[in-house]
Each structure stands twice: as C-alpha cells, then as structure tokens.
Design a protein around this ligand. Structure first.
Ligand code: SF4
Length: 371
C-alpha cells in the first residue's frame, strides 16, 4: 500500500483524499487503483458502505436482493495441483480419493430439488485419470435427465484448463466440446488472487494469470457464460487485491462476459498454509471496495457459505445477490459451516428490510423456463 501512495505522491505531489475519491464515485466516474487504496486505507466503514450503496443503486432497486438455492457437487477430490491453501485434495493413488458415479451425482441433485434448489456447481480437482469424455458424458447425462429443472456450473476455469490440456485441445476446442455436451456455464473459480506472485507462492501448478484469462476469453468466445470470483484473506497484499480487481475490470471491458463477481474469504483450518481467518468487517469492506471499483459488473455476490449470517450485511456494502448452499466439501473441509435452515437464513435479510426474491439461473436458449 505504501508503495502505491508513494507513487501517487511522487507523480502529483499530493495524495488524493477520501473526499476527492468519493466525489468521483458519486459523479459516476471510474476510480483508479490509487483511489481504491485511499478508500481502503482511509475511508470509514460508513463512507465505504455509503459509496458502495450509491454504485449498487445504479444497477438494482435499493431494497431488492436475489438469491439461489444451490449445492456444490464435488465429483472428485483427487488433485495434482497441491495448492497450499487447500484442505480438500488427495493425491492420485492415495487412500481417500474418490470419483462420484452418475448415480451418486443424481442422488445429490435429487436432494437439491427436494429443498427447491435448482443450481448445481460441479467442482473437483485436477484429476489426471478423468478424460474429456468423462466430463462430456457426465454433463450430457445431467442435461438429458433434468432438462430445465436444474442448471449447472460445469467446472471452474482452472479445472477447464486442466482438462483441455489433458485432452491436448485448444481452449476454444475444449469449450466447444463441452458446449455440445450441454454445458452453458463455466465459472471463474480457481482464481483466488490473480497475480503471478501469489500463484508462485501458493499454487505454482495452477496456471499463470495470463493463461487463466486466455482460457476464460475462449470460454466467452464460444458462447458459454462465466463469472468472476476472488478469495481474500491469505497473505496477499492490498496491491495484489487491487491488481486482481483491475484485471477483472479490464477483462469485463474487453469481453463483457462476466455475469457476476463473487468474493469469499479463505478458510484456513486443515490447510498446509494455515493462518487465521480475516474479520467479518474486513470482508464487508472488501465487498464494498469491489462494488465501487467494478463499475462494469452488474451483480456483486456475497458469500453465505463462508460468511454465514454476516454475509447478509454484505447487501448493505454493495452486494445484491447470494447463494444458499447446502453442500461444498472444499470449504467445509477447511472449516466452513453450512446452515440448512434456509427459512431462518432468509428471515435475516427480510428483517433488514429487503424484498428477497428467488433468482433462477440463466439457461441456454431453447430450454423452456430460462430466466
Ligand atoms: S484448490 Fe483446487 S486445484 Fe488447488 S489443490 Fe485444492 S482441489 Fe486442487
């Protein structure tokens, strides 16, 4: 952070003040990384919250929030990437590794339907034994069996890159194969912090930032839908957080392909990296900063999975949308606690004064019930 402030001071001779930056935000102007650093370091919680609400209100009705009921289906926990912040993976040929059968996947989807959910996120590891055919068969089977009753996020960008490389296909060709199998969404997961330094410190087998965006651009060009994600609370610097946000905003300027931005916080329990979780307030301040900075992303999503009840405060800090998850082994293994009393959870934003409405996932054209 100091380095950013020094750069600004050296080039202009003055530091921008919170008041200067706030005036630009209120005028609808885009802010710079330096401006964002000023807000992070010097704005009060109330100032950040107020500015985030100003930007939120340009996109959404002030008292309306949307949500989905979903489950992550962790189809395999076998992974060779060895990220040091992960408590989920098992190396190949070690005890405890698994791959779910189609029947096990279907049983999990039935449980989701039973609680009126209609979104599945498939998320596993870099499993070298799974071929492109495995994924195409699985996704085609889900599409055939459930049609428009459920929508699914097929993979994260990071898993997609691994399967494309394993199949020796370009990202465009791999995305096309998945699209033919019925895939409509590949989410921006596996991004964590998108700086090359962060990845070399913690996830050196998980692709570079440049490769990540190449793959995501191919996904957009193929006509698939995608999202942006971010995880905070490792050892990343403020500068790294802002670089991640700026790369995300640049990608959206270039492609327009990001449906939403979801940020959650690192859960440290059981991971090789360890550490302590960030405070609930730090998470909220970051959500607000993201809403202010990402002036070209319509939906900012707050994470009930990792922030629990505090996530609803995120609606006051710029978010407009959230999931109610019923399962995610990756974060649960690292300490996430899932509350299955969905009505109790929904009562919280309602008591805060929000009109809370279910948002059905966007579906491919041609499937009835698209929303
Ligand atoms: S975070 Fe994902 S890619 Fe990294 S080790 Fe865990 S399962 Fe593998």
């Amino acid at each position: 952070m100091l380095s950013i402030m020094h750069t600004v001071a050296e080039s202009t001779g003055v530091f921008p003040s919170v008041r200067d930056v706030a005036a630009r935000v209120e005028a609808g102007e885009r802010i710079t990384r330096e401006d964002a650093a000023v807000l992070w370091n010097e704005a009060t919680d109330e100032e950040l919250r107020y500015l985030a609400r100003q930007v939120r209100d340009r996109f959404h009705e002030p008292d309306r929030a949307t949500y989905m009921i979903m489950r992550i289906i962790n189809y395999t926990n076998v992974c060779v990437a060895q990220c040091d912040y992960c408590a989920f993976y098992v190396l190949p040929n070690r005890p405890g590794g698994y791959v779910l059968s189609h029947e096990e996947v279907f049983a999990k989807i039935e449980e989701l339907l039973a609680v009126d959910g209609d979104l599945v996120g498939f998320n596993g590891g870099f499993n070298p034994k799974l071929s492109l055919d495995y994924y195409c068969d699985l996704f085609a089977a889900v599409r055939e069996r459930y049609g428009n009753r459920v929508e699914f996020y097929a993979l994260t960008v990071a898993e997609f890159m691994f399967l494309a490389d394993r199949a020796n296909l370009s990202y465009r060709d791999a995305a096309e194969r998945l699209r033919e199998a019925g895939v409509y969404w590949i989410t921006g997961g596996g991004s964590e912090i998108l700086t090359e330094d962060f990845r070399s410190r913690h996830a050196k087998f998980k692709y570079t930032v440049r490769e990540y965006f190449e793959a995501q651009e191919a996904i957009v060009e193929t006509g698939l839908r995608t999202t942006a994600t971010m995880v905070i609370g490792f050892d990343e610097t403020l500068d790294e957080r802002l670089e991640h946000l700026e790369r995300t905003r640049d990608f959206q300027d270039r492609t327009g392909g990001l449906f939403s931005f979801l940020c959650w916080s690192y859960m440290p329990w059981g991971t090789p990296l360890g550490g302590e979780p960030i405070s609930p307030l730090e998470y909220l301040r970051h959500l607000a900063l993201a809403r202010i900075f990402l002036d070209n992303v319509r939906h900012i999503r707050t994470s009930v999975l990792t922030a629990n009840e505090n996530a609803f405060q995120g609606l006051e800090y710029g978010a407009d949308d959230f999931d109610l998850p019923i399962e995610d082994e990756v974060t649960q293994k690292a300490g996430a606690r899932i509350d299955l009393n969905l009505e109790r959870l929904l009562a919280i934003p309602r008591e805060m004064g929000y009109r809370v409405e279910y948002r059905h996932p966007e579906r491919p054209a041609g499937l009835a019930g698209a929303a």
